[in-house]
Design a protein around this ligand. Structure first.
Ligand code: GRF
Length: 192
C-alpha cells in the first residue's frame, strides 16, 4: 500500500480531504513546520502520527521521519517552508498550488495572495494545479489542473472558495492515481 506523508503549515483542509478519501493509499505521517498548525490536530483526530519539526535541523528531522515511516510519496498541502534539495533528491514529492500554473505562481504567490493577484488582474479563469516538486518554486511537471470561471461579482474570498473546492477534489485523485500505479509496480515519474 502506498504510504503517504502530508506536510502542512496551516488549517489542513487539503489534508482532511486526503484523509477522507476512500482510496488505496495510507496517510502514514503528517509533518508541520508550525507547532500551531490545525493540520496536526486533524492528524491527531485520526490517530495519524504527526510531528512539528523546528527550524533547527528541520531537513534531517524530515528525512529521518520519512525513512522511519517508510514513506513512498510526500504531499505538500499548504506547506509554506522551503524543501531542501536533499529531500527532493531522495523522495517523490507533489504539491497543490491554487492557480493554473504557469499563471500566478512562483516566489511570493501563496494562499490568499494568489487569489488577490487573479482578482486584480481581472482574470476570467483560475483554478488549481497538482505538480511534481523539483528544485524550483512551482516549476515541476504538471500532473493535473482544473479550471473555474471568475465572474465579475467575484472577490478574492469567493475565488479562494471556488479554488479550494477544486483542490479538495484533484489532490486526493492524483494521489490515488499514483497509488494505483504503485500497486502495479509501474513507475509514476509521469502519470498523465
Ligand atoms: C491551499 O489553498 C493550497 O492551495 C495552498 O495553501 C492552502 C492550504 O490550505 N498551498 P489548507 O491548509 O489545506 O486548508
Amino acid at each position: 500500500m502506498l504510504k503517504v506523508a502530508v506536510l502542512v503549515s496551516g488549517g489542513g483542509s487539503n489534508l482532511q480531504s486526503i484523509i477522507d478519501f476512500e482510496g488505496s493509499f495510507e496517510v502514514s505521517l503528517v509533518i508541520s513546520n508550525k507547532k500551531s498548525a490545525f493540520g496536526l490536530i486533524r492528524a491527531q483526530n485520526h490517530n495519524i502520527p504527526n510531528y512539528f519539526v523546528a527550524k533547527e535541523n528541520r531537513t534531517n528531522d524530515i528525512l529521518r521521519l520519512l525513512n522511519e515511516y517508510k514513506i513512498d510519496l510526500v504531499v505538500l498541502a499548504g506547506y509554506l517552508s522551503i524543501i531542501d534539495a536533499e529531500i527532493i533528491e531522495k523522495h517523490k514529492i507533489i504539491n497543490i498550488h491554487p492557480s493554473l500554473i504557469p499563471e500566478f505562481c512562483g516566489m511570493g504567490f501563496y494562499g490568499e495572495r494568489v487569489h488577490r493577484a487573479v482578482f486584480e488582474a481581472k482574470a476570467t479563469k483560475t483554478g488549481a494545479t497538482v505538480h511534481f516538486v523539483d528544485a524550483g518554486v512551482d516549476t515541476g511537471e504538471i500532473i493535473l489542473q482544473e479550471s473555474v470561471d471568475v465572474e465579475p461579482c467575484d472577490t478574492p474570498d469567493t475565488i479562494a472558495k471556488k479554488v479550494l473546492e477544486i483542490e479538495h477534489r484533484i489532490l486526493p485523485s492524483v494521489i490515488e492515481k499514483i497509488s494505483l500505479k504503485h500497486l502495479t509496480g509501474e513507475k509514476y515519474e509521469s502519470i498523465n
